[in-house]
Design a protein around this ligand. Sequence first.
Ligand SMILES: NC(=O)c1ccc[n+]([C@@H]2O[C@H](COP(=O)([O-])OP(=O)(O)OC[C@H]3O[C@@H](n4cnc5c(N)ncnc54)[C@H](OP(=O)(O)O)[C@@H]3O)[C@@H](O)[C@H]2O)c1
Length: 265
Amino acid sequence: MDTKTRIGIIGGNGWIGGAVARAVVGAQLLPPGNLTLSCRSAPPGWLPDAHWTHDNQALIDRSDVVILSVRPQDWPAIRVSAPGRLVISVMAGVTIADIASRLGTPRVVRGLPNAAAEVGKSFTPWTASAQATDEDRATVRQLLDSFGSEDEVATEAEIDYMTGLSGTGPAYPALLAAAMMRDAMAHGLPPEVARRAVVALLVGTGRLFEKNDEDPEKTMAAFLEYRGVTAAAIEAMQASGFETAVSAGLAAALRKSLDLGAAAD
Ligand SMILES: NC(=O)c1ccc[n+]([C@@H]2O[C@H](COP(=O)([O-])OP(=O)(O)OC[C@H]3O[C@@H](n4cnc5c(N)ncnc54)[C@H](OP(=O)(O)O)[C@@H]3O)[C@@H](O)[C@H]2O)c1
């Protein structure tokens, strides 16, 4: 992608759309003037040098690459055409075929970022239509790398599954952390100390995994072999159905992501 590329983000003031716009400018991939961002409400004050619009067709007309970042339920109301454009959707559930036929371009990519895009730490799996070129793929990688890491996957089924896995971002670690915090408070710990403890635990875990490029299975095995306090806890959690609960949650997430796409058809 050269610095003359123009990018339009439909839904540019949203959680993900805004994070992508900030990342692209922050990584100096493009100057803000090459960005066009749309929203329905009044244009916000941030990124004043970008072009803000309510007109999605005007956004497409002045862009080479279009990022679709509205909620799936708002997708049916987007009535625009984007011939000759590379379109990258981050919408959960909405299929490449639907986007290609509605926007009139065969070059469509589906990526699924997560909320950590805001701090440059999203993991974004993506897949591309058969007509996407090698240059398109390079553009996608550059864009997604500006707010974290990415992997191309072979099928849309994998994207639907990953919507409930990595797309949920901090949600499941937060679920575990909140349960631990409640347990700590039930044992008399002051809430602020419990909160600091679990947040430090999450941050420390992330840093250790990054530093050692560690496989979680190996981490678990090391603690189990140690036969200490942690092994006792892991075994009790597993005996109480921890893994069954995780699988049930991920199955519910997959069903919901498929339902969102079907409802937006
Ligand atoms: N949030 C996540 O963690 C996450 C993770 C993975 C994937 N996603 C996907 O990312 C997409 C965006 O999610 P989000 O969390 O960023 O949602 P969001 O914060 O609600 O942002 C969506 C934005 O779309 C704008 N919008 C809606 N209809 C529009 C239209 N017709 N023209 C222009 N702008 C329009 C809204 O603008 P107004 O505010 O002006 O109405 C809003 O700012 C969703 O499809 C979601 O499935 C989200």
